[in-house]
Design a protein around this ligand. Structure first.
Ligand code: PLP
Length: 359
C-alpha cells in the first residue's frame, strides 16, 4: 500500500512512539501516574507533560502559552467559543472545525472569499464591528499558504482578535505571526491522534468549554494523558530539528509527481503552497472509479471530509471550480516517510488508470 493521504493523518514518528511507551504505564512501572497527583510518580508524570509543553511551544511564536486539548477541533472550539466573540469573519476555505463553529455562534458569519489561486486577499474587506477573524495557515485540501501576518494585522486594525488554524503548517513552516490564538494537532505532524493544542497569546483571557478539575489553568478540565503529551512533544521536537530537510524532501517528491502528471491541472496557487499537497484535476475523470481501480494507493478525492459524503468540496467551489471540475479532482498528500519510488509508482499508476478511462 502506498499511503498518499498525509493531510488526513500522518504515521507516528518512531521518536514519538518511543517517547509514549514509557508513559503508557503497566502496573510494574510508575508511568501510569496521574500527572495532577502531588506524589512523586505524579510529579514525574507532570514533569514529562511540561517537557512536552515546551517542545510544542517551540513550534509557536514567543509570548504565549500552550493549552493541551483532545484535538485541534476542540482547540478551535475553545478559541472561538471561549473568546466570547459574537461577530465573526472566516475564510471560505476554513476546515469545518472553524466554519461550523463560527456558524454555530453566528449563523450569518462573514465569509472572506478566496481567489482562483486559493488565497484570501491581503486587503480583504472585514465587516465593521467584527470581533474575531479566522484564517488558516495552510489549507488541508489544496495546500495554499495564506498571508496570515497581513491578515492578522488587518484584523487588529479592525479591533478584532485573530485565530489561525495552523494544523497543516505546524512543524513544517515557521509559525504564523501576529495571531492571538493558534490551533495545532499532533497527528498531522507525526504525533499521536487524540491530542491537540491551543496557543493563546499572553494576556488574552478565554472562558473554558469543559468544567471540572481545573487542569490546564482552568481552561480545559480533565486528566491529561502523559503518553499523548510526550508523543506530541517528541514529534514537535523532531519537526523542529528536521524542518528544512523535511521541506526539501517533499519538494523533491512534488516535482517528481508534477512531472509525471504534467498535463493535469493544479488546483490552487503553484507558488504559495506547502509542497506535500498536490491537488490536481483532469476533466472527465471518474474519481470513484480511479479509487476502486487503484486499491493499493491510499489517496483522497478532494478532501477526506468531503469524500464519501457526496458533497462537492466547499474549498474547490470557493476557488470557482464547477461541480464537475471539483468531482474530477484528487489530492495526493505525502511527507517524511514517502519515498520517491512510492510517488513515481503511484503517479504512473494514476496516469495509466486515467488513460484507461479515456481521459
Ligand atoms: N484543521 C485542519 C486544517 C485540519 O486539516 C484538521 C484535520 O483534518 C483539523 C483542523 C481538525 O484536526 P483534529 O483531527 O485534531 O480535530
Amino acid at each position: 500500500m502506498i499511503y498518499l493521504d498525509y493531510q488526513a493523518t500522518t504515521p507516528l514518528a518512531p521518536e514519538a512512539r518511543d517517547a509514549m511507551l514509557s508513559w503508557l504505564g503497566g502496573p510494574e512501572t510508575s508511568g501510569f501516574a496521574n500527572p495532577h497527583s502531588p506524589h512523586r510518580p505524579g510529579r514525574a508524570a507532570a514533569a514529562a507533560v511540561e517537557v512536552a509543553r515546551e517542545q510544542v511551544a517551540a513550534l509557536l511564536p514567543p509570548g504565549g502559552r500552550v493549552i493541551f486539548t483532545g484535538s485541534a477541533t476542540e482547540a478551535l472550539n475553545l478559541a472561538i467559543l471561549g473568546s466570547g466573540a459574537r461577530r465573526l469573519a472566516v475564510s471560505a476555505i476554513e476546515h469545518a472545525a472553524v466554519l461550523d463553529t463560527a456558524r454555530f455562534v453566528q449563523p450569518d458569519a462573514a465569509v472572506l472569499p478566496v481567489g482562483a489561486d486559493g488565497l484570501v486577499a491581503q486587503d480583504a474587506a472585514l465587516p465593521s464591528g467584527v470581533d474575531l477573524v479566522a484564517v488558516m495557515q495552510v489549507n488541508n485540501e489544496i495546500g495554499t499558504i495564506q498571508p496570515v501576518a497581513e491578515l492578522a494585522a488587518a484584523a487588529h486594525q479592525a479591533g478584532a482578535l485573530f485565530l489561525c488554524d495552523a494544523v497543516q503548517g505546524a512543524g513544517k513552516l515557521a509559525p504564523p505571526l501576529g495571531a492571538d490564538m493558534i490551533a495545532l494537532s499532533a497527528h498531522k505532524l507525526y504525533g499521536p491522534k487524540g491530542i491537540g493544542a491551543l496557543w493563546v497569546r499572553d494576556g488574552l483571557e478565554l472562558a473554558p468549554l469543559i468544567h471540572g478539575g481545573g487542569q490546564e489553568g482552568g481552561l480545559r478540565s480533565g486528566t491529561l494523558s502523559p503518553a499523548l503529551c510526550a508523543g506530541f512533544g517528541a514529534a514537535a521536537k523532531r519537526a523542529m530539528a528536521h524542518r528544512d530537510e523535511d521541506a526539501a524532501h517533499v519538494a523533491e517528491l512534488w516535482h517528481a509527481a508534477r512531472a509525471i502528471l504534467s498535463d493535469w491541472t493544479l488546483n490552487g496557487s503553484a507558488h504559495a503552497r506547502w509542497l506535500g499537497n498536490l491537488n490536481l484535476r483532469r476533466d472527465g475523470l471518474d474519481v470513484a472509479r480511479l479509487m476502486s481501480d487503484l486499491r493499493t494507493v491510499a489517496f483522497s478525492a478532494g478532501s477526506a471530509c468531503a469524500s464519501g459524503s457526496g458533497r462537492t468540496s466547499h474549498v474547490l467551489a470557493a476557488l470557482g471550480l464547477s461541480g464537475g471540475q471539483a468531482k474530477s479532482s484528487i489530492r495526493l498528500g505525502f511527507g517524511v516517510y514517502s519515498t520517491l519510488r512510492d510517488i513515481e509508482d503511484a503517479c504512473v499508476s494514476i496516469r495509466a488508470a486515467a488513460a484507461a478511462q479515456g481521459v
